[in-house]
Design a protein around this ligand. Sequence first.
Ligand code: G3P
Ligand code: CA
Ligand code: CA
Length: 242
Amino acid sequence: MLIYFIILPLTVHHVSGAAPRSCKQLKDEFSVNTDGLHYLTTAHGTVYQTFCDMTTAGGGWTLVASVHENNMYGKCTLGDRWSSQQGDNVNLPHGDGNWANRNIFGTAESATSDDFKRYPVRYNAGSCLTNNGPSFPIIYDHGNTETTTMFYGPNARSQFTPGYITLRAINTEGTATAICSGTKPTGCHIEHFCIGGGGHFPEGVPLQCGDFTSFDWNGYGTHSGWSASRQITEAAVLLFYR
Ligand code: G3P
Ligand code: CA
Ligand code: CA
């Protein structure tokens, strides 16, 4: 299984007709080469629509998840689907558990959860740095390690090496986040550049709880102190499968 990540505004168009199982099959066997929304079918015969990237790195990529912060001020309430909508609660260490189940949001029916079963995204899963999940180097189509670095706050830049995707990173207080999209942590304040968490973030309760965790520690989009830029705070992280 390969997963890649892009941070892009989404443009879609509709093509109906054949309904193969994946964008790769649509490309290989049906000669569809256009990026956009296409119809696919599940193993159980349910037809659904999702986005296919048919151009990046040979194409055939099926969108399986999109993660963004729809309300930074919610702090693990409504809309924090990838963390917790139940508040910051030590008794819900997995939050809503959406990194390890097959819950479906919106219209995309696929979900990839294997890696997050191996590296569960929950409070007290381990210690910072020691028990982080694997990091994979990025091959950039757009941007580079410098642009990645500059998305985040000046204080946060001392906490990572850019140019990687990291799964299940853990912070000083034992909170786990699902993905560091662009970075490999070298420090423990990962809540300012990694996203999608469990249900409990002990530091500054409930300020760090949410899908984009503590991107706003020194104000929303201020790009100062630990706060990320507005551009990355308002971005969506799209996960594709091929
Ligand atoms: O993650 C940053 C926090 O642990 C420290 O914040 O406000 O003391 O610099 P502060
Ligand atoms: Ca939120
Ligand atoms: Ca911290």
